[in-house]
Unconditional design. Structure first.
Length: 206
């Protein structure tokens, strides 16, 4: 049985395809806020995959399902209220983004807690020192062209304002100490990339 209940079957299908495509684009835009496009994988079947770490220990991971519901009233349809479809799409995109954020931050929290890679603000003299300790626990990444990407800090608006104020009012000694830390992290990232490339024969050759 067809899932389209209108006489304009082809038009209904075209609309659903366009609607789904736009929703997928909105979801892609939301994903970019949390995960680089280079770190996104797509799988068309199955319910999980196995990750192999440098320690040769495999980790099984199952997918988390994100879903949303789109509703529009019969009155809006009868009134040809196209804006209701735009609003429905916006609500669906926001709902999917909220679920994605919950999954990403939840997984990061679980991973950090299990590895002990956690920073406590109460254990430091200031927010600036907390920021320093946070960066000290993070490895910077470098791409194959030798470009080092500094880590991004995700936090609530209130904490972000306090953190920025603490960093802007930090002493010169702290600024010097932090710049030295950042440079060490950058050089370590570049060295790891050099060692990674060295594992491949004729890396970058013609």
């Amino acid at each position: 049985m067809s899932r389209f209940y209108f006489s304009m079957t082809r038009g209904a299908k075209d609309f659903m395809d366009a609607f789904t495509q736009r929703l997928a684009e909105a979801h892609h835009e939301a994903t970019q806020k949390f995960v680089s496009g280079k770190n996104v994988h797509h799988l068309r079947h199955g319910a999980g995959w196995r990750l192999w770490s440098a320690s040769e220990r495999s980790d099984d991971d199952s997918f988390k399902v994100h879903s949303t519901e789109i509703q529009t009233s019969l009155d809006d349809i009868a009134d040809h209220n196209v804006e209701s479809l735009v609003s429905a799409m916006r609500r669906a995109a926001e709902d999917m983004e909220a679920q994605l954020a919950g999954s990403v931050y939840g997984l990061l929290s679980e991973t950090c807690e299990s590895s002990g890679n956690v920073v406590s603000a109460s254990s430091q003299a200031s927010l600036a020192e907390t920021f320093y300790e946070t960066i000290d626990k993070i490895e910077f990444g470098a791409d194959r062209f030798g470009n080092v990407q500094l880590p991004a800090l995700h936090t609530g608006k209130e904490v972000a304002i306090k953190m920025i104020h603490a960093l802007e009012s930090a002493s010169d000694d702290f600024r010097k100490k932090f710049e030295e830390l950042k440079e060490r992290k950058i050089q370590a990232a570049l060295q790891r990339e050099i060692e990674r490339k060295a594992r491949f024969v004729s890396y970058g050759g013609e």
